[in-house]
Ligand binder design. Structure first.
Ligand code: E4P
Length: 253
């Protein structure tokens, strides 16, 4: 059958078998991925130790925040990150012209098989993404703030598109709604580009992005760790342990 409101044939996803009015077919073949949005090796290690980390995103501001500058130090830092996490690691080009992006992107991609070349959403950027796609180099189209930009990134074959949820919220525009809109567009045509919800600020952003079907959320460590906590979990565990102790004391007596 055809899923409600989508043009491609349903591939038999469990949720699509009963097409409801307004229901949208989900094309994801994988569970939601968590990336950490930092260049801090300590934070990357901490997130990796939690056992739920799938990758890393960096940007020039995050690299500068860690005091990483100079070509060789920057390149070594990306390799250090790749050695901690077994997953995609986005490394952003600094060049803004096509030729410069190609040179930088090829150098970055040669560092490690997990490097994803992060390219800004510009005319030259989209052309560069198309070039990298043809060469089998993974890309992340960054600084995306509209559905039209996301469509262009998908047409160029980007591996990931990064809509900036938090920065849109900052200017009174619903960032999660953009994720939802891109999901609909990509599912309409079966684009394989993964929606990487970026500029995540807090745990509710992660949950909302999961609800609307983002493939990936790249988050500060604090937003990921906040997902663990609930006061009823803490209280419940304390009670279980206290009851266990009481029972053990009673048996001894
Ligand atoms: C990720 O790839 C982006 O560069 C990042 O999420 C931007 O986040 P910010 O808006 O908190 O700087």
């Amino acid at each position: 059958h055809e899923c409600a409101k989508v043009r491609h044939a349903c591939k038999g996803h469990a949720q699509c078998r009963v097409p409801l009015a307004g229901y949208l077919c989900r094309q994801q073949q994988h569970p939601m991925k968590f990336f950490i949005d930092t260049a801090s090796l300590a934070q990357i290690k901490e997130a990796q130790d939690l056992g739920v980390l799938d990758g890393v995103t960096t940007n020039p501001s995050l690299m500068a925040k860690e005091g990483i500058s100079g070509h060789d130090r920057v390149m070594k830092h990306y390799v250090d990150i790749c050695n901690i996490v077994d997953g995609d690691v986005s490394a952003e080009v600094i060049a803004t012209d096509y030729a410069g992006m190609i040179k930088e992107g090829e150098d970055l991609a040669a560092l490690h098989p997990n490097i994803v070349v992060k390219v800004p959403m510009t005319r030259d950027g989209v052309k560069a993404i198309k070039y990298f796609t043809g060469k089998g180099i993974k890309t992340n189209c960054t600084l995306v703030f509209s559905a039209g930009q996301a469509l262009l990134a998908a047409k160029a074959g980007a591996t990931y598109v990064s809509p900036f949820v938090g920065r849109l919220d900052d200017v009174s525009t619903d960032g999660v709604q953009l994720i939802e809109q891109i999901r609909v567009i990509y599912d309409n045509y079966g684009y394989g580009t993964e929606i990487l919800a970026a500029s995540i600020r807090h745990p509710m952003h992660i949950i909302q992005c999961a609800e609307v079907g983002a493939d990936v959320a790249t988050c500060p460590l604090s937003a990921i760790t906040a997902l663990f906590d609930h006061p009823l979990t803490t209280i419940g565990l304390e009670k279980f342990l206290a009851d266990h102790k009481k029972a053990a004391t009673a048996v001894k007596a």
